[in-house]
Design a binder for this molecule. Structure first.
Ligand SMILES: Cc1cc2nc3c(=O)[nH]c(=O)nc-3n(C[C@H](O)[C@H](O)[C@H](O)COP(=O)(O)O)c2cc1C
Length: 212
């Protein structure tokens, strides 16, 4: 079985949000899809170890903020590789409350949902949400999961359903961010990048990179 065939599935990149006792929380999720149109329902698959999972369970609500190609990629570093258990992800991130849920402003659309069903799998819960509000934000093309990998050079988190343990190594030597997995393979040799260069995904300095 060649599990890399699963890479041929297509997704978007979303911030799945909820509340933790009145404070906004959220994590990156690519595994979201529309299930029915009448009533409008969507599903998202969330790992039980994610703090966001506990908050969706407790509140019975979640929202999907749909990222665009021009959304700040640092949102993915912050929401996709750190936990609300350790950090207030919304401290410096502009958001609005829409359909009773926190929605990140730097995005193209939002879908706020009430949980109406769920299915447990080995590691993730698939939450089924009935849409209670949705709407457009900025004008931009939706960020696809392929764009995240191919253009932004992003990696998949170990907690994502699409994580592959033995992901094939890149053919040429690249520098990998220890925090978010971003791989640098740009034209300028990594050693020649200025000392104040930072990871475009999560914002840490060059000292957090190792050569692969
Ligand atoms: C590109 C990408 C896609 C991801 N997709 C999912 C997903 O679909 N479901 C999920 O549970 N976690 C996914 N993750 C992982 C979570 O975003 C990550 O574990 C996050 O740190 C959890 O934060 P929390 O503990 O504050 O909820 C993804 C991460 C990245 C970077």
């Amino acid at each position: 079985m060649d599990e890399t065939a699963l890479f041929k599935l297509s997704y978007g990149v979303y911030i799945c949000t909820s509340w933790d006792e009145g404070a906004p929380v959220g994590c990156i999720a690519n595994s979201a899809m529309q299930i029915t149109s009448d009533p409008a329902t969507v599903a998202v698959s969330i790992n039980r170890v994610n703090h966001t999972h506990k908050c969706i369970e407790e509140t019975g609500h979640f929202a999907l903020t749909i990222l665009g190609e021009k959304s700040d990629p640092k949102l993915i570093g912050l929401f996709g590789f750190r936990s609300s258990k350790d950090v207030d992800k919304f401290e410096n991130v502009a958001y609005s409350v829409r359909g009773k849920l926190p929605v990140v402003d730097d995005a193209i659309a939002f879908i706020s949902c009430k949980v109406v069903g769920k299915m447990e799998t080995a590691t993730h819960t698939v939450f089924l949400g009935e849409v209670i509000d949705c709407g457009h934000l900025k004008k931009d093309r939706p960020m696809t999961y392929a764009y995240y990998h191919e253009v932004l050079k992003g990696k998949t988190s170990v907690n994502a359903p699409t994580f592959l343990k033995n992901e094939p190594a890149p053919e040429k030597a690249v520098w990998v961010c220890d925090v978010c997995g971003y791989t640098y393979d740009g034209e300028i040799p990594f050693e020649d990048l200025p000392d104040d260069w930072v990871c475009p995904l999560c914002g840490v300095g060059k000292e957090n990179f190792h050569r692969k």
